[in-house]
Unconditional design. Sequence first.
Length: 437
Amino acid sequence: MTVACSAARLPRHLFRTLQCRRCYSTRAPVSLLGQQYPTDSMTNITSAIIDKVGRNLYMNPSHPLGILQSLISSHFHNFNSMVGLNPVVSPARNFDDLGFPPDHPGRAATDSYYINKDLMLRTHTSAHEVETFARGERQWLLSADVYRRDEIDASHYPVFHQMEGARVFSADAVGRAELEDDNARLSHHLARSNIVIEDVPHITASNPPQDVHDPVLAELVALNLKLSLNSLMLTLFGDRAGANEGEPLRVRWIEAYFPFTTPSYEVEVFFRGKWLEILGCGVVQQQTLDRARVPDSISWAFGLGLERIAMILFSIPDIRLFWSQDPRFISQFTAGQINTFKPYSKYPACYKDLSFWLPQTGLHDNDFCDLVRDTVGDLVQDVVLIDSFTHPKTNRSSKCYRINYCSMDRSLSNDEANSVHAQVISNLKDKFGVEIR
Ligand code: DAH
């Protein structure tokens, strides 16, 4: 590198991720799960994220995410349950294969983590649909860590966990008979359970079947999907102590849209006084099965976020806690049990405001959040944009963020908060060339 940039003065581990945009081309390769990847101008993965890859929280049977993962896997005990797939995928796998349009916002570097222009961290478990169908799996579950650039608050973390599930039927009389049998079995089970379901029609003009599908078969598949997931909701939420005090479990179905399914739905559950969005699902777009070379078949699929459900079931108030290695957190959970988390202490919040003039090129909220996270790790509890304006005369834009520094497991001294805040300011100036106000 001939032109020195201010980021070059940073310690080595920060230099890897915080050097200025001009220097990306000289950025060291990224090492993930023992594999080295070249970087380029698309690279935006940070060391805070690299450190999380391979932690596999959902595989720990006595971690809340692992407990929930096992509960769902045992509910679908006839399904092949897959874990441990490499999170590095091509954008083609993550988006194109699933019918995402070229201008879908999820593809933007502000929303996803790219290792380089050809590889990214999967943003959802659906990224593995084609390869899983292609292996000939007929009923399967897949659990994995997924990565999205996002805001910072108690329910958003750039790494989280999803489970994907799918069931394939043959698109003929055999499949039809299998569906009719299974639908009768599931309906019988649900009719005897304490559940009230607010349904929507399986198929409508705004939630249409696919042209290639026999509409009767598509209806049977949609019904099987709904019955299977209503039954899962009973396993997860029915009769949970104090959940609904003997009241029936209420499940609500809503029409939805996903590029890779039609018809599509969302499922909500009424739990402790609130409707909670639980999962997305639908009848798999035939192109996906075609791409996987699974002929003459029809399938449903669903995807759910483990953190969201675990936060509800275990009463975990802050998503960062899932990553805590504090024995006061870890020791509260036992394999196979859902219990209420008892907060051990609430440490004082320490708010610091940060106002600055944006660089000419602007600054996306997610770039700011990643920089904070990469600088201070889990000491940040939330970040809120409290002001944003453009000066009428100079046309310069300014933003003010309020950062809440608060450790999950200890009291943070004001000196320490000041020192990490100073580091954020310094990195922000170095990486984005902002002018502090
Ligand atoms: N991949 C979706 C997401 O991350 C969730 C999802 C929706 C998965 C519908 C599915 C599905 O398999 O059919 O938001």
